[in-house]
Write a protein that binds this ligand. Structure first.
Ligand SMILES: Cc1cc2nc3c(=O)[nH]c(=O)nc-3n(C[C@H](O)[C@H](O)[C@H](O)COP(=O)(O)OP(=O)(O)OC[C@H]3O[C@@H](n4cnc5c(N)ncnc54)[C@H](O)[C@@H]3O)c2cc1C
Length: 475
């Protein structure tokens, strides 16, 4: 979610302060108050008891009886062979869905990190699967390579990102899984399977987006690009103008996305292209701007005609504002700092119905007067042929809804999720959704059964299935 740094902080602060001063008292709105969204209280730890685990968003937790931090393939195999109960791997624990929790054995991949080898002719690099994206960027840069595209933050571990088909934006770019040219998978029985499009191809197709249901990937071979530099430009625009011009924007820019601001006509657009000589940083990078938006929303939304007032306030203070520009090596421009805790639901709908779907979400929030101000996020991803990728067989438009971390997300997400179903959306494996195996199978008609066969062959006893994965796979 890129919105936080895109607003010009000074102007919005000015707006927030003026509006807050004009409002005698701030009504407490379910969905947007209170204002502090800071870290969840850690789970209580009792000496001598297992150390609790939580995800980044603080909405998933468990107390694994055993934790393992293997530092080599041999150790991964040993852990998988000997672990008791349900075994789950954790990358950076940035999934919002319950893909990681287990009260039995939790395996951290943090020590499986670094570059194994690289090839300057093919621009391929083999890396350890636990490598965090923020470490991978400089590592690849030092050998003249770069990931072709990256999600909007770089805290993820590559194993976790690829297990969920994590993605960024750009009609010419697939998800992280689509850059995988080969991988090594340690299975629950303790076998190490090397695979690629030509070697164990069925395991390869299943393991490129596996939701961690096949084993622990130890290494990936990535198809990278030569290192490159980018310039990112953020602007405040009118949502309808952007939607009317969306095909053009996507053609014009290497990467394009936008964030519609709920209860207003405005959005923040982000266009990213190869850097040109003379490009230089302008504007501010403000990870707190989302909190400022929240203050403005809380200051005016409860007043009579609050929506109109809010829209007017944003229009007055933001529209036509100078854009912000960031430029530099790709691995520094793609990611953004995330300091405000939130929860997220994201579905990918077929690219061509993206505009209709987002219009319906915006209209629903307005008509039902849902008191939420966290912006949506709208992105495009190229089709691939990976069995359980959200982009399998169709170009995708991913649309995300978010709620602040200190507010119950369920009532809001429950209003919006059926809209995604109407447009045949596929949920992001790492984000919140309510679908089970029956409904998921219908969304992946070509390869759902193929995946299940590989999964059952590699994990016949279901040792990798926690409660969430049992629901996902009907096992
Ligand atoms: C602030 C924030 C921003 C985000 N932005 C984006 C975004 O721009 N795009 C996007 O697509 N998603 C985004 N997400 C969601 C997140 O990127 C995905 O859920 C991602 O898959 C999480 O990666 P992780 O390393 O934290 O994996 P974890 O959450 O730790 O694990 C995810 C899954 O991978 C499995 N796994 C981990 N390592 C391995 C391994 N080596 N072998 C096999 N299985 C493994 C786990 O068991 C689990 O099933 C964001 C999340 C947050 C909190």
């Amino acid at each position: 979610m890129k919105f936080p740094r895109t607003m010009n902080r000074r102007t919005v602060l000015r707006a927030g302060t003026a509006l807050a001063a004009g409002a005698a008292t701030g009504g407490v709105l379910q969905g947007c108050s209170p204002e502090v969204t800071e870290p969840q209280a850690p789970l209580p730890f009792t000496s001598g008891k297992p150390l609790p685990w939580t995800n980044w968003a603080g909405n998933q937790a468990c107390t694994p009886a055993a934790r393992a931090v293997p530092a080599s393939e041999v150790e991964v195999i040993d852990v998988l062979r000997n672990a008791k109960g349900t075994v789950r791997a954790a990358g950076a624990s940035h999934s919002f869905s319950a893909v990681v929790p287990t009260d039995d054995t939790l395996v951290s991949t943090d020590l499986l990190s670094g570059l194994v080898r690289h090839d300057p002719t093919t621009q391929q690099a083999e890396i350890w699967a636990g490598t965090r994206m923020h470490a991978l960027g400089p590592m690849l840069h030092s050998v003249g390579q770069a990931l072709p595209n990256m999600p909007d933050m770089d805290y993820l571990a590559m194993g976790g990102a690829i297990a969920n088909s994590a993605h960024a934006t750009g009609t010419g770019f697939g998800s992280m899984s689509s850059y995988v040219a080969g991988l090594a998978l340690a299975t629950p029985s303790g076998e190490l399977i090397e695979c690629s499009a030509t070697r164990n191809p069925e395991v390869f197709q299943a393991a490129r987006t596996s939701v961690g249901a096949l084993g622990i990937v130890t290494r990936f071979t990535l198809q990278n690009d030569k290192a490159f530099a980018l310039t990112e430009v953020n602007r405040v625009e009118t949502t309808e103008d952007v939607l009317a011009d969306i095909d053009n924007r996507c053609r014009q820019h290497r990467h394009f996305e936008f964030m519609p601001l709920l209860h207003s006509d405005l959005c923040v657009t982000i266009a990213t292209d190869l850097a040109q000589p003379g490009d230089k940083d302008e504007g501010e990078d403000d990870p707190q701007a989302i909190n400022t938006l929240r203050s403005v929303f809380n200051a005016v939304r409860w007043l009579p005609g609050g929506d109109a007032l809010y829209n007017q306030a944003l229009t007055t203070f933001m529209a036509g504002d100078a854009s912000t520009v960031r430029t530099g090596p790709s691995f520094q421009v793609f990611p953004h700092v995330r300091v405000v805790r939130f929860r997220e639901m994201e579905y990918t709908v077929p690219a061509e119905v993206g505009p209709a779907c987002v219009r319906e979400i915006l209209a629903t929030v307005k008509q039902r007067n849902i008191p939420v101000c966290f912006p949506l996020e709208y992105r495009y991803i190229k089709a691939d042929d990976i069995w359980l990728s959200m982009f399998e067989g169709r170009d995708g438009c991913s649309i995300s809804v978010h709620q602040f971390g200190d507010v119950d997300f369920k009532p809001y997400f429950a209003e919006i999720e059926p809209i995604f179903w109407k447009y045949e959306g596929r949920p992001h494996w790492g984000k919140i959704h309510t679908l089970d195996a029956r409904r998921l199978a219908a969304l992946y008609p070509r390869h759902w059964k193929d995946f299940q066969e590989v999964r059952r062959a590699l994990d016949p006893q279901g040792r990798l299935l926690n409660a969430h994965l049992k629901t996902l796979f009907g096992a």
